[in-house]
Design a protein around this ligand. Structure first.
Ligand SMILES: [Zn+2]
Ligand SMILES: [Zn+2]
Ligand SMILES: [Zn+2]
Length: 336
């Protein structure tokens, strides 16, 4: 059973999920140039009965659930790090050993029926489906009892943590506020108290003025590399309008977001020769009103370097490049 344990020195939780050790590492190679369908892939057409039952499906008309004909499926994670079998309830053996059942909800979004398609090459329509599914499942999971925060993320490429090559994203609901989100909320709340403005809106205004770190922008969204980028080519996408929560996106905003999403991923894919990456969406936690001071965003971190001893020992990242020079490289890549 998955357990959470609290580190008494940092106050941070870790999740122990030994069941995940039995998760089959797909032996299918990670780069099929153009394989539309793979008979052994659990995420491909025809293997719907092998996966846990779908909780959301787009594109299938009238046929039976868990059958082919879909454009996107969301299923429960077969090897979750957290599950809903028991509740989150903190106990302790003594002051050093504090633990709880690792309650939570873990789902997988199979973004496309096409086995080898990279997200950088999706049609706009397919990306809109992906973003819509993020929103729908975000709302559903954040409404579950005991869920305090929801993280949507994607691991692309084996060294970025993807165990199955067929393109997919994940969504995990947790009974706690993760430390990174907690820190962002705290700092943006303090900024709001002090200046009566949103720190992210202020950051966007600065980037629009300086221009050197911008990768792309359209009517509603902007993508830039943060001033203090942790890793080479770390790239963010944010709404230019102030909004604390991803779930508030309208249909027309999703269309606009799909456009910038495609451009940014395409440029990263071309510029970094299909480097593995992770991205995640930081958005308001379900239970707190953050409307005035928080601003949702996407952080994309290409995995061109590996955090090592210094990073693990200090929590300080060394970036071997600058966001200004990297943003220029991406701006110059043409969309074909
Ligand atoms: Zn597949
Ligand atoms: Zn804002
Ligand atoms: Zn963030």
């Amino acid at each position: 059973m998955p357990q959470m344990r609290k580190n008494p020195l940092t106050g941070k939780w870790v999740i122990l999920a030994p069941e995940r050790a039995h998760r089959p590492e797909s032996h299918l190679p990670h780069y099929h140039p153009h394989v539309e369908h793979h008979i052994e892939c659990h995420f491909c057409y025809g293997n719907e009965q092998i996966t846990p039952p779908e909780v959301l499906v787009y594109g299938r008309q009238e046929a039976l659930p868990n059958s082919p004909g879909w454009e996107l499926r969301v299923i429960s994670n077969k090897f979750p790090a957290v599950d809903m079998e028991k509740h989150f309830s903190v106990s302790c053996n003594n002051s050093m050993e504090v633990y709880s059942y690792a309650e939570g909800k873990s789902e997988v979004i199979i973004e496309t029926p096409h086995h080898s398609k990279n997200m950088a090459h999706y049609s706009l329509k397919q990306l809109e489906l992906v973003l819509n599914s993020y929103k729908e499942r975000y709302i559903a999971i954040s409404n579950e009892k005991h869920i305090k925060s929801v993280l949507i993320f994607k691991n692309q490429g084996k060294s970025a943590g993807a165990s199955i090559s067929h393109s997919h994203s994940q969504i995990i609901g947790l009974p706690i506020l993760p430390p990174l989100l907690e820190q962002e909320l705290l700092l943006s709340k303090n900024h709001y108290k002090e200046k009566n403005t949103c720190i992210y809106c202020d950051m966007i205004a600065l980037e629009l003025k300086e221009k050197s770190r911008i990768v792309f922008e359209n009517d509603k969204f902007i993508s830039f590399m943060p001033y203090a980028a942790k890793a080479p080519f770390e790239t963010w996408i944010l709404p230019k309008f102030h909004s604390d929560s991803f779930e508030k996106l309208t249909d027309s905003q999703i269309k606009n977001l799909a456009e910038i999403w495609k451009v940014v991923l395409y440029k990263l894919h071309e510029g970094l020769d299909n480097a593995p990456y992770n991205y995640f969406i930081h958005t308001s936690p379900a239970y707190e009103n953050t409307e005035n001071y928080y601003h949702w965003h996407v952080e994309i971190i290409p995995r061109t370097t590996t955090p090592a001893g210094f990073e693990l020992g200090t929590g300080i990242f060394i970036n071997i490049s600058t966001p200004e020079e990297n943003a220029k490289i991406l701006r110059e890549i043409e969309i074909k």
